[in-house]
Design a protein around this ligand. Sequence first.
Ligand code: PEP
Ligand code: MN
Length: 338
Amino acid sequence: MVITLKPGTTEKGIQHVLDKIKELGFTPHVSKGAERTIIGVIGENAIQSREIFQAMFIVESVMPISRPYKLVSREFKSEDTVVKVGNVEIGGKEVVVMAGPCAVESRVQLLKVAQEVKEAGARILRGGAFKPRTSPYSFQGLGEEGLKYLAEASEVTHLPVVTEARDVRQVELVARYAHIIQVGARNMQNFDLLKEVGRGKKPVLLKRGMSSTVKEFLMSAEYILSSGNYNVILCERGIRTFEDGTRFTLDLSAVSLIKQLSHLPVIVDPSHATGNRDLIGPMSRAAIAAGSDGLMIEVHSRPEEALSDGFQSIRPDDFRKLMKEIRSLAKALGRDSV
Ligand code: PEP
Ligand code: MN
C-alpha cells in the first residue's frame, strides 16, 4: 500500500511512520516529492494494517496498490522518474540516444566510433565487454580489457558508458568502470543478478526478455527497486513471435503501455529488435512517436568486419543522418534531442 503524508510533515513525523511500518514487520520505501512524501509499504497483507496509519494525523491517505508490481507502478509514484547519469537525464524532456558498437573489439575501434557517435549527438556510449552469445564458439568479448577501453573512451569523449554485466560475479567489476550497468534480455529473470544490481547505486538498464510479458518485465524491475536501487531504465528490444522476417518483433505498444503502468523511463533498441540495419531508421522514428524516452543503437565504423551483430549495425555516416531526423522529430513532438 501507499501512505501519502500531508504537505509539510516534519522529518520526525516521517520517522514515526517508518518506525511503525518496521515494527509491524513491513519494509518502507520513501519517495520525497516536491510537496508530499509518500511511503510504499511492502509486505504480505500490509493493507490489513491500513487503519493504524489512517488514524495518524500526519497521514493524508492510505491506498492499496492493486498491481503485482508495487514500487515501479504509477500508483506508487505518479510523476515520471528521471534517471540522472552525469549531465544526462533519461526520462525527462530529452530523447536520449545511446550508441556504439555491439562489442568492444579493440582500443582503436572503440575510440574511433566513440568519437563519431559523440559528434553525431549520442549522449551515452554503449559497447559490450561481456557478450551473451548464442554459441560458445563466438566472440565472447574482451572482458576487463574491454571495460578499460570503455573508461578511456568515456574520458576522451565525456560520454557516460553503458555495458552489460552477465553474471553476479561481474557486477562489482563492471560498476567500477561503467556509468550504467546493463542487464541483458537473456538475464531479465536472473533474480540474483537483479538483486545484486539492486543493492548498488549505479543506474541499471534492464532489457526485456525476448519471451517475457510486460508484467514479467515490470516484476523484474521490481526486484531491483525493492533491493534499494530506484535508478532503473527499461528497454524494449523485441520479443519472439512467429514472424521471422525480422530478428525479433519490436513491441512498440509495450512502450506506450509501460509508460502508463510505470513511472520508470523506457527506451527502445531497434538494432536487436529488427536485426536489420535498414529498419533502424523507421523503427527509431516510430519508437519516439510511441513515447520512448530514448534509443539504443548499434553503430560500427566497418560493419562488415564486426565481430558481432555487423548486419544490424549502421555506419557513423548513417547514424549522423538518423540523429538529424531524430532531432526534428523530437522537436515536433515537444521533446528535445541533442
Ligand atoms: C546488447 O545490447 O548488447 C544485447 C546483447 O542485447 P539483448 O540483451 O537485448 O539481446
Ligand atoms: Mn548486439
